[in-house]
Design a protein. Structure first.
Length: 96
């Protein structure tokens, strides 16, 4: 019985089966290595995209602030203009 088990172990550990097992392990480790490499690549891309999004958001914020200032100036100018027009109309009506 022990002799049969030893013979089975010897057959399992024959050069062909060891080569096949080695190739399978090598293939598995290669797939794991590619997966890690791709994961690192995707992490770098995510960081790059996050930084680009932050830059775009900052640029939009600055443009919004600039537009806000311009709109405030236009609004103030419109208020001054309408006040002048109403004052002028009031003067004309009071002179009659």
């Amino acid at each position: 019985m022990i002799v049969l088990q030893v013979q089975d172990a010897i057959e399992i550990l024959s050069i062909e089966s060891v080569s096949v097992i080695g190739l399978l392990l090598g293939f598995i480790f290669y797939i794991i290595w590619i997966g890690k490499k791709n994961e690192e690549k995707h992490e770098k891309e995510k960081e790059y995209l996050r930084s680009e999004i932050r830059l775009a958001q900052d640029k939009l914020d600055e443009e919004f602030k600039a537009t806000n200032v311009e709109m405030k100036k236009v609004s103030e100018n419109y208020h001054v203009f309408t006040t002048q027009v109403f004052n002028r109309l009031n003067d004309i009506l009071n002179k009659r």
